[in-house]
Design a protein around this ligand. Structure first.
Ligand code: HEM
Length: 164
């Protein structure tokens, strides 16, 4: 009779799922600045569509991904007895903050940016000069909160890895 030792424990598989969900949920967001810079410079008519893509990703990829991150993280915290540790408390706080900012700032602001850009382009014709101050204020808001979210994600990855 041969002894079978599993190649990986369930804990390790769930840890893999936790990290996969992080990559799937947040990976694309680090490319947003390049996508919007290219659209603004080469074809501003594409900006309303870009904002639609932006909030669709937030709703159908980032929000469910964040849920998987928390559920898998909660399993790891329970099974590994990590609940009282700082990196887990931080992770929970960061997750709540990320979810709140995505739902109450990013999605509504991207929708308004889509509508405002479409209106500006329809009214003033083509070219970046057509975009209003109102649109620029909305994209500044998206950039500010988007940067905050990216920094939050990176700090959380660092805390999860270091477990200070
Ligand atoms: C934005 C949110 C989060 C990100 C980016 C994130 C990222 C990561 C990463 C990259 C690791 C692998 C580190 C390593 O094992 O060396 C990890 C491990 C872990 N995460 Fe998270 N995490 C997040 C949220 C959470 C939450 C909300 C919980 C708990 C409810 C949690 C619980 C854990 C635990 C317990 C481990 C350690 C597993 C181990 O090393 O045995 N995470 N996380």
């Amino acid at each position: 009779m041969t002894m079978l030792t599993p190649a990986a424990s369930l804990y390790e598989v769930i840890l893999g799922v936790h990290v996969m969900a992080v990559v799937i949920a947040f990976g694309v967001t680090f490319a947003y600045p390049i996508m919007f810079a290219v659209a603004a410079r080469h074809d501003p008519r594409g900006l309303p569509l870009m904002h639609r893509v932006e909030y669709t990703i937030e709703r159908w990829l980032i929000s469910p991904g964040l849920l998987v991150v928390v559920v898998a993280g909660a399993y790891l915290a329970g099974k590994g007895h990590h609940w009282s540790e700082f990196f887990v408390q931080w992770g929970l706080g960061a997750t709540v903050l990320i979810g709140a900012i995505v739902g109450s700032v990013m999605i509504p602001t991207a929708k308004r940016a889509e509508q405002t850009a479409a209106r500006d382009l329809a009214a003033a014709g083509e070219g970046a000069g057509a975009l209003s101050d109102e649109y620029r204020a909305l994209t500044r808001r998206l950039t500010t909160f988007g940067t905050l979210l990216s920094v939050l994600v990176l700090i959380t990855i660092l805390f999860m890895a270091i477990k200070p």
